[in-house]
Design a protein around this ligand. Structure first.
Ligand SMILES: Cc1ncc(C[n+]2csc(CCOP(=O)(O)OP(=O)(O)O)c2C)c(N)n1
Ligand SMILES: [Mg+2]
Length: 581
């Protein structure tokens, strides 16, 4: 892939503007995408984007057509998370643009850089309820980092450059550009690249050195520190700096769902995941720590539980590129605004090794008393068993993607996440149906990687039509359905909080393996525990897209659980763990 042109200085473009050719809006879009390093995009055609699609006919950009625009947005999202680049999706106006919204909101909540291009009706028809008109910028205003409609072809090129710049800098996120069809056919001269200068948008990359020093001093003083890592460390490509800091200063590290992979869970300092379905040892450590070092995390309610009693004894350091997330949910003592990669590296220079024996002994004791457990003796297929077997068979090779629900939490808990950009999941929005299209996007980004979507039966049902996309583009993705025949997470809440009244949380599923086969993929059904391993082996040998339907124990629950509104240390399920010991 070509290197994107980011902040060129004027003199790197010696051509005089008058020498630049005149092009149509559609040509400008395609040329600017190429200039920005785009070689892959996702999208679906329609009336008002035909001039653009015509330019794409022989452009050097690989184009993936999803079966539904939502899938296209999730593919761009999965592509961005797996590659660290900006994902691009293009759709028509009205229905095409509206179908994107879930995917855009998903990228927004998880700070994923995507650029969405949407066609719009002719400028003179806007507001007329024209055919396939929707107020796309209005609809997407609150779910984009930035959005804009381009009404003059002269603004088009710079707007696209700015969109890429905004999407990938600062706290990354989705940017949408709405382009009326008359702007696609209007002509104008190409614009030379110039430095991007957006008043009001100046992300602070370097942290304040005095704040960094203060944070390092607090670490040096601390007896019971915990690092709380979010997805920001992964977007900042700062895992290596995190490892260096944690090892030098001797710090235990807990991760959010989106932070998984930022710190190698095989290392002894890892406390694994914290929060609602986090480990007991992570949650207890947070509640008892004297210093909480939050990095690229936003104190989401699924992490904090009851905010008032969250980390009650701790001084809080918060490292984040987004100043608006500092002290938003939880008051912070030492804020450090800037790029985690830079800040962690600077902090590492200032910290000292400290033994903290008592603290690590206490953590070791929690780990010993409350490891994650499930009934391994059961003759039924336990969902956790399938995930453990997937880990055993793939170790660090796989990029794991998930749907949303219990299977997602078990994947977070029972797979060992060791590397960044190898666990892709919908955290903030919790979008069922994310798994399959995001896995397709990840496979496109990493053609040689082993990509496995560990999905729920109901989640998979939402976007399974994208199997056909995987078949068309010959993508060897694997889908493992943890099929409990329920919207399991809903059923769990109904069991625990609604007196087992399983109201509308059951779907009659198709035979997924047969569906996969009908679409041209491989389909396998697994009904016995002793078939699990061989099915995984068979799946791993497949070159075609492969769907394995694991019919698992139907009423298994995810433990531990901090019920909504409870404090982080008030976990249910620890007695169940102890009874299994
Ligand atoms: C698009 C969407 N609709 C509804 C929900 C609410 N919801 C969260 S989990 C869940 C059930 C998921 O069922 P399944 O995919 O089978 O996963 P399981 O919990 O059984 O592992 C539902 C309905 C959601 N997260 N996303
Ligand atoms: Mg289910």
């Amino acid at each position: 892939m070509k290197k994107p042109l980011t902040h060129p200085s004027q003199d790197s473009f010696p051509q005089s503007p008058s020498a630049l050719p005149v092009k149509t809006g559609a040509e400008i879009v395609v040329e600017t995408l190429i200039e920005q390093g785009v070689d892959i995009m996702f999208g679906y055609p329609g009336g008002v984007v035909l001039p653009l699609f015509d330019r794409l006919y022989d452009a050097p950009i690989k184009f993936i057509i999803p079966r539904h625009e939502q899938g296209g947005a999730h593919m761009a999202d999965g592509y961005a998370r797996a590659s660290g680049k900006v994902g691009v999706v293009l759709t028509t106006s009205g229905p095409g643009a509206c179908n994107l919204t879930t995917g855009i909101a998903n990228a927004m909540m998880d700070s994923v850089p995507i650029v969405a291009l949407t066609g719009q009706v002719r400028t003179e028809l806007i507001g007329n309820d024209a055919f396939q008109e929707a107020d796309t910028t209005g609809v997407t205003r609150s779910i984009t980092k930035h959005n804009v409609i381009v009404k003059d072809v002269k603004d088009l090129q710079q707007t696209i450059r700015e969109a890429f710049y905004i999407a990938r800098t600062g706290r990354p996120g989705p940017v949408l550009i709405d382009i009326p069809v008359d702007v696609e056919v209007a002509k104008c001269q190409l614009q030379p690249l110039k430095e991007i200068n957006l008043p009001g948008y100046k992300p602070q990359e370097k942290g304040h050195l005095r704040q960094i020093k203060m944070a390092a001093e607090a670490i040096n003083k601390s007896e019971r520190p915990v690092v709380y890592v979010g997805g920001g460390v992964i977007s900042a490509n700062a895992s290596e700096e995190l490892r260096a800091l944690a090892q030098k200063a001797n710090l235990p590290v807990a991760m959010t769902l989106l932070g998984l992979g930022s710190y190698d869970q095989m290392r002894p300092e890892s406390l694994d995941m914290l929060g609602m379905h986090g480990t007991a040892y992570a949650n207890f450590a947070v509640q008892e720590c004297d210093l909480l070092i939050a990095v690229g995390a936003r104190f989401d309610d699924r992490v904090t539980g009851k905010v008032k009693t969250f980390a009650p004894n701790a001084k809080i350091i918060h490292i984040d590129i987004d100043p608006s997330s500092i002290s938003k949910n939880v008051a912070v003592d030492i804020p450090v605004v800037g790029d985690a990669k830079f800040i962690l590296a600077e902090m590492a220079k200032e910290v000292r090794h400290k033994e903290r024996k008592e603290w690590f002994d206490k953590i070791a004791d929690w780990k010993k008393r409350f490891p994650l457990r499930y009934d391994t003796a059961s003759s039924n297929i336990k969902p956790q068993y399938v995930i453990e077997q997937l880990w055993e068979a793939t170790k660090e090779r796989a990029i794991i993607v998930t749907g949303v629900g219990q299977h997602q939490m078990w994947t977070a808990q029972f797979y060992k996440h060791t590397r960044p950009r190898h666990f892709i999941t919908s955290g903030g929005l919790g979008t069922m149906g994310f798994g399959l299209p995001a896995a397709i996007g990840a496979q496109i980004a990493r053609p040689d990687a082993l990509v496995i979507d560990i999905d729920g039966d109901s989640s998979f049902n939402m976007t399974l039509t994208e199997i056909s996309t995987a078949v068309q583009y010959e993508l060897p993705i694997k889908v493992c359905i943890i099929n409990n025949g329920y919207m399991g997470m809903v059923r769990q809440w109904q069991e625990l909080f609604y007196n087992k009244r399983y109201s509308k949380s059951f779907l009659k599923n198709p035979e997924f393996a047969a569906v996969a086969q009908a679409i041209g993929a491989v389909g396998i059904t697994v009904e016995k525990k002793n078939e699990v391993k061989s099915a995984i082996e068979k799946m791993l040998k497949e070159k075609k897209p492969c769907v394995v339907d694991f019919k698992v124990e139907r009423e298994e629950n995810v433990w531990p659980m901090v019920a909504a509104g409870k404090s982080l240390h008030e976990m249910d399920g620890l007695d169940i763990f102890e009874s299994m010991a």
